[in-house]
Design a protein. Structure first.
Length: 115
């Protein structure tokens, strides 16, 4: 399975997960530049806009998915969120979350809020 396919599977699992916990899915895979993409944009139960970075790994052999969120990646997400907010001024509260998906031996989901 390619890394792209693994990522797509993880994003689909994350989208289902956030809807199960009561978030409203707004958009997916929004590109702001070549290096800036937000995987999922959602609204949580308190009406906060949430930009979600999803990291997926087949297993933890090469480290946890959260370890792949570098300072540069975080800055790019933050830049994308600011751009999104400029086009959607109706959102006054916002944050960045991260979701980790490990596919084997069984699916594991971890959700870090307000990273």
């Amino acid at each position: 399975m390619s890394n792209k396919k693994t990522g797509e599977i993880g994003e689909n699992i994350a989208a289902e997960y956030i809807q199960k916990i009561g978030y409203k899915l707004v958009e997916r895979n929004i590109h702001f530049s070549r290096s800036c993409e937000i995987d999922i944009i959602a609204i949580d139960k308190s009406n906060t806009l949430v930009a979600i970075e999803v990291k997926t790994r087949k297993s933890e052999i090469c480290g946890t998915p959260f370890e792949a969120i570098t300072t540069t990646k975080y800055k790019n997400i933050k830049t994308g969120l600011i751009s999104y907010l400029q086009n959607h001024p109706e959102y006054k509260k916002y944050r960045i979350d991260a979701i980790s998906i490990i596919l084997t031996p069984q699916i594991q989901i971890q959700h870090l809020k307000n990273i």
